[in-house]
Write a protein that binds this ligand. Sequence first.
Ligand SMILES: C[S@@+](CC[C@H](N)C(=O)[O-])C[C@H]1O[C@@H](n2cnc3c(N)ncnc32)[C@H](O)[C@@H]1O
Length: 218
Amino acid sequence: MQKKLLEFLKLIAFRYLRIGKPNYPFLLDPSQLAQLIVEFERLKSQSGSIVEIGVARGMTTRFLAEHIMVEKLENKESIYALDIFSNFQKEDVNFEIENRGKHSSDLNAYGYNDFNIWKKNFLDFPFVKAIQADCSTFDFNTIGPIKMSFLDVNLYLPTKNALPKIYEATISGGVILVDDVIDEGWMDGSYQAYMEFCSDLGVEPIIIGKRCGAIYKP
Ligand SMILES: C[S@@+](CC[C@H](N)C(=O)[O-])C[C@H]1O[C@@H](n2cnc3c(N)ncnc32)[C@H](O)[C@@H]1O
């Protein structure tokens, strides 16, 4: 009886209401989500942590957590989810305005976030470890060695500061993926910082899809 009612409600939702319309909840392009899984699988036999830096509501964290659950790897893998869990850092915003010609109205985001609520939302995933920190000053060796990281903090300064520290804590063969590596819009600081880091390393930039910069550590 209950199943019949459920099927009936589904029929109403799909045929007559917009709530039946599929949506895409992720902030990343499909090619980025795919690349995360490709790298995860490539590095599955290696020990090392997985780190997402800049997690916002946790959509990509949840995506990776789902993969770990489906593959039954929850006792083997851990994801560190690092964020300031508040609005952008003042010095990062000031740098964008004073040195990169950005407007303060573009740089007011993520003030909704809350560390305790975020952790509560991930209670079903004990292998996800949330860290409240500024990636510019955080010591990534404390959660290393890292085999895969995803850096997604939008602005120039935190991307610029974090990249060498993440790289140092990354294993040989590991990868750093950087979001928003695209030379347009208010997030073009990620692009600039990624390009500068590749130049410092003396490696060619690798862009996957439209905006995912990759750095492989030899
Ligand atoms: C685009 S969102 C992350 C989206 C997330 N990766 C996803 O795919 O769903 C950017 C996040 O970077 C965080 N962030 C910005 N500056 C930061 C900093 N200096 N240190 C740590 N996190 C920072 C913000 O709080 C925000 O949650």
